[in-house]
Write a protein that binds this ligand. Structure first.
Ligand code: BES
Ligand code: MN
Ligand code: ZN
Length: 493
């Protein structure tokens, strides 16, 4: 279910709402502009701050039930000490949205000091993100005990009129991320390559984008032996999905966003251990990121041409699957020795990256849950960022930071390339024991069209969370939707 967001001005004391979330900084000072609200609450709000019951620390919250007019409840939410207002408001609004959603109030309002422009966007996005959940497969109890999700939220701003565009942007970002998280969370038997293609067509219809979908027969015609090797083990039709958004000048080179769309990765013949294998439904998170970003970019009408490219299939062992030792020729002519069938993402992306050449992109960014090694190196707090162009790497790192999805660079020195030199073919699909994230990226680099700046995002550690976090519940995070959108936005300015 989606959430309706709106904007208003005025004194929060006068907003009739079942729940008003109030963002407060740390430091023990109760803001004077909330005097009327404090009075309506008999002074307990300022007292809570004065007494230190509520310190305003990041992620802190305190619920206070009112007795009279105005907001029926106030949820104080800590903003902490950071000076990065956009990030602070995003986080607080997410927490507020999450609480509002679980409290069953249906509607809520959000106030923080001086919300206007950018911070209205942050609040709207945060509320939308916080309210996200996924209950499709939970049998609903009788109507009276049914959980009441948050369906409406109002942002109270100091400059409501002037912040409408910012609100729209926040909604766009929220909807884009919702699409991604939903696709991620759908199980592999529902979110198939066919399903991703359907979703792409859906987005295309909504925003009149050109969507092209290619199946196994087309991939054969395109000589995508590398992609097809991965798809050889599954009866499902693999899909190469292309979504074209034309928001820039006619003929202007597009930004290419490329996503790994493995709807399930069993490892194939090099099969994975049973423990945790269910997490490999998330192996299509890069593709989900591309689709979510296309939705947000189209909603925001960014003045840039963007082409989204997705390679989607599943990686299964079978009598028809690829085997260790197999050699294939990718569509760019490079021969690949497949030594481990579990290093399948790079095999799919090889042909998709090569295919992107026909769009003559100004830049390519790919996102893939590509290596467990990236989780070892960076954990769950940073995306691995590598590329063939330092300026583009920096541009993407900045975009990632703006979007609250931090990335960290890893080196791409030629020394590492030795590790994936083929014995009987040009290149092999695994390196040695070390530097697995880097050798995977170096493998991809071989398929990037000549002369095109390219950045690879390894989102294996950031696309989903295996534990419940303050801001994000266990499950999909929607990374890298924001990174993609912030990058394209940066190019639109
Ligand atoms: N999809 C996995 C990578 C992955 C691992 C993502 C853990 C998220 C969490 C990828 O296809 C894979 O299996 N990579 C192998 C590569 C290895 C065989 C060189 C890996 O990381 O073990
Ligand atoms: Mn794999
Ligand atoms: Zn994989």
């Amino acid at each position: 279910m989606s959430i309706t967001l709106s904007l208003r001005g005025g004194d929060p004391a006068r907003v009739a709402t079942p729940l008003l979330a109030v963002g407060l900084h740390s430091g023990g000072v109760f803001p004077r502009v909330l005097a009327a609200l404090d009075r309506a609450y008999g002074g307990v709000l300022s007292r809570a701050v004065r007494q230190g019951d509520f310190k305003g620390a990041r992620d802190e919250s305190l619920l206070i039930v009112g007795s009279g007019r105005g907001p029926a409840r106030v949820l104080l939410v800590g903003l902490g000490e950071s000076s990065d207002t956009y990030a602070v408001i995003t986080r607080a609004a997410t927490l507020a949205g999450r609480k509002g959603n679980s409290m069953g109030v249906r509607r809520m309002a959000f106030w923080a000091p001086q919300l206007s422009g950018d911070t209205v966007e942050a609040a709207a996005f945060g509320l939308s993100r916080g309210a996200w959940d996924f209950t499709d497969y939970k049998t609903q109890p009788a109507a009276k005990d049914r959980p009441k999700p948050l369906v409406e939220a109002v942002v109270i701003a100091t400059n409501a009129r002037g912040s409408q565009a910012a609100l729209a942007a926040g909604i766009a970002l929220g909807e884009g991320q919702r699409i991604a998280r939903r696709l991620q969370q759908l199980p592999g038997n529902v979110c198939t390559p066919e399903h991703l293609a359907r979703m792409a067509r859906d987005i295309g219809k909504r925003h009149t984008l050109r969507v092209s979908v290619y199946g196994r027969r087309d991939l054969k015609r395109l000589k995508m032996e590398s992609f097809l090797a991965v798809a050889a083990g599954t009866p499902q039709d693999p899909k190469l999905i292309v979504v074209e958004y034309r928001g820039g000048r006619r003929g202007e080179a597009p930004v290419a966003l490329v996503g790994k769309g493995l709807c399930f990765d069993s490892g194939g013949i090099s099969i994975k251990p049973a423990q945790g294998m269910e997490m490999m439904k998330y192996d299509m998170s890069g593709a989900a990121g591309v689709l979510g970003a296309m939705e947000a970019i189209a909603r925001m009408k960014l003045t840039v041409n963007v082409v989204g490219l997705i390679g989607s299939t599943t990686n299964m062992p079978s009598g028809t699957s690829m085997n260790p030792g197999d050699v294939v020729t990718a569509s760019n002519g490079t021969t690949i020795e497949i030594l481990n069938t579990d290093a399948e993402g790079r095999l799919v992306l090889a042909d998709v990256l090569a295919y992107s050449a026909r769009f003559k992109p100004a830049a390519i960014i790919d996102a893939a849950t590509l290596t467990g090694a990236c989780v070892v190196a960076l954990g769950n707090s940073a995306t691995g960022v590598m590329g063939n162009d330092d300026a583009l790497v920096d541009e993407v790192l900045l975009a990632a930071r703006r979007g609250g999805e931090p990335g960290w660079p890893l080196p791409m020195w030629d020394e590492y390339k030795e590790m994936i030199k083929g014995d009987i073919a040009d290149i092999k699909n695994i390196g040695g024991r070390g530097a697995g994230t880097i050798t995977a990226a170096l493998f991809l680099r071989e398929f990037v069209p000549a002369g095109v700046p390219w950045v690879h995002l390894d989102i294996a550690g950031t696309a989903y969370s295996e534990t419940d976090l303050v801001i994000i519940p266990k499950g999909p995070t929607g990374v890298p939707v924001r990174t993609f959108v912030e990058f394209v936005r940066g190019r639109a300015r």
